[in-house]
Design a binder for this molecule. Structure first.
Ligand SMILES: [Fe+2]
Ligand SMILES: [Fe+2]
Length: 482
């Protein structure tokens, strides 16, 4: 069986030789109808019959892994694709460093490993649920197609995690796979596992911020799981990262195009002051201070996904060889960190200070610091656009203590510079930092669909190039009324 090319004949395209794995094949085939029900219930609303120009993974060869074609989303081929196995791969870090990578679940770490897979798996369908209403207000067919591409691939990522559960975790893996279809984003009784995945994604600026900031948390988590000593998890995550890159591209260019359109409209109208919000809004574009507030919101919600500042779970998962650091294989140290320290921002006597902690306990913060560096790359590109128009404004990420619900700073209020605020000050100033009800209403008022090929809503600039090099007027979605 060719690992690089995928078997497309069966119900479940795969490169894991499912045809010779009757038990897992059967388990996945019996999970499939529930997945399709979930997709119909919770997937993109109103576009299930439409023909969408989607890419489908047909290989794991980095040089040509996808093909593009019109597909009805419920007929999308959600496959199981693992990056190729390296025969001599060793566990790259932790107490077992240098031992051969595990091809089966190490018994002593079974529960910890299952939990890591379930938490990752839970985020995948959650974002599809959060984004399910957005098709109706898409600013163009190009954007609508990108939304649906992200959605079907998050569906595939769910399949990827469910495969691991079904293949390696027996009966409790099957139960977890079922539960992944039962939880619902934002449901008070059966919510998704992590806070940011229970928030709403009510408009397209939120969608782009989500794919920029929150999918990037996904990238960081996948990068550290791609280092795992449990080889099937490593191989799965490596391939998922290939797809994930597009999600962050959608986010970065989406926000960039909004910024571009705003600056353009301001210039045309002769408005130089970015704080002149009322005049800017009259132009039918989103003012820069509101874009900043949305960034503050999504960045801070996403920081919560990295967990507590000091974490025994993170230390244990690293020590066990299950979850590494961001690009562990490129780091130059002993990869065990037993005596090492790492500086972490902490709350001590009501003050935010930097403190050296054992590096193993600080691993969540190390990953979060790497995340912030990665986030700033795209922010700098947004600012280049603003600079190009000569408008005196720069988007910047708020302090990590700002608007937190997890960890040490969840008990205090801080402004975007990290200055601690009394409760009353926070209440009085909250709308300076985060979208107010009026901001949300304004953005919502702009969310009118534009479904004519090649046309874009007035608050967002067209992309520089089309998907799959298609020309501007290409019909990315052929809408069929459901
Ligand atoms: Fe994903
Ligand atoms: Fe994603």
């Amino acid at each position: 069986m060719n690992i690089v090319n995928v078997d497309y004949d069966g119900l479940i395209p795969n490169n894991v030789d499912l045809n010779h794995d009757a038990r897992v094949k059967k388990a996945l085939e019996s999970w499939h109808p529930g997945y399709i029900d979930w997709w119909h219930d919770m997937g993109p609303e109103g576009f299930q019959q439409s023909l969408v120009y989607l890419r489908t993974a047909v290989s794991v060869d980095p040089k040509g892994w996808a093909k593009f074609d019109y597909v009805r989303m419920p007929e999308y081929k959600w496959g199981i694709l693992l990056a190729p196995q390296h025969a001599e791969r060793k566990i790259p870090f932790g107490a077992h460093k240098g031992e051969p990578a595990w091809q089966e679940v190490p018994g002593e770490y079974r529960a910890m490993l299952r939990r890591l897979i379930v938490i990752q798996g839970d985020t995948e369908p959650a974002s599809v649920e959060q984004q399910r209403h957005l098709g109706k207000t898409a600013p163009s067919l190009y954007d609508m197609r990108n939304l649906f591409q992200v959605n079907v691939e998050e569906g595939r990522h769910l399949w990827a995690m469910v495969y691991l559960l079904q293949k390696y975790f027996g009966a409790d893996g099957r139960d977890e796979a079922e539960a992944l279809l039962q939880r619902r984003s934002g449901d008070p009784d059966t919510p998704r596992m992590l806070g940011a995945f229970n928030e709403q994604t009510p408009d397209w600026l939120s969608f782009f911020m989500f794919t920029y900031f929150t999918d990037r948390d996904g990238k960081m988590q996948l990068e550290s799981l791609a280092q795992s000593g449990f080889d099937p998890l490593s191989r799965t995550c490596r391939f998922m990262l290939t797809e994930e890159a597009h999600h962050m591209f959608v986010g970065e260019t989406g926000v960039g195009r909004i910024v571009e359109r705003t600056c353009q409209a301001m210039k045309e109208a002769g408005i130089d002051d970015p704080a002149d919000i009322a005049r800017v809004r009259k132009l039918g574009v989103i003012d820069l201070p509101t874009i900043q507030k949305k960034a503050n919101l999504h960045f801070s919600l996403t920081l919560d996904l990295f967990g507590n500042e000091i974490s025994t779970n993170a230390a244990n998962a690293f020590h066990a060889g299950l979850k590494g650091r961001f690009r562990e294989d490129r780091l130059k140290d002993d990869h065990q960190l037993e005596g090492a320290t790492y500086p972490v921002l902490r709350l001590v006597d009501g003050k935010i200070i930097n403190q050296d902690v054992p590096a193993l306990s600080g691993l969540n913060m190390r990953l979060r610091d790497d995340y912030v560096v990665d986030c700033n790359v795209g922010v700098a590109r947004w600012n280049k656009i603003i600079e190009g128009y000569g408008i005196p404004f720069a988007i910047r990420l708020p302090h990590v203590a700002f608007h937190r619900h997890i960890g040490e700073f969840s008990g205090i209020h801080a402004d975007v510079d990290g200055d601690v605020l009394a409760d009353a000050q926070w209440t009085a100033r909250r709308d300076e930092f985060l979208p107010s009800a009026a901001d949300r209403d304004f953005i919502e008022s702009l969310m009118q669909p534009q479904t004519e090929p090649g046309k874009f809503a007035g608050w967002i600039a067209p992309p520089k190039v089309g998907i799959d090099n298609k020309p501007g007027e290409f019909e990315y979605v052929k809408i069929v009324d459901a």
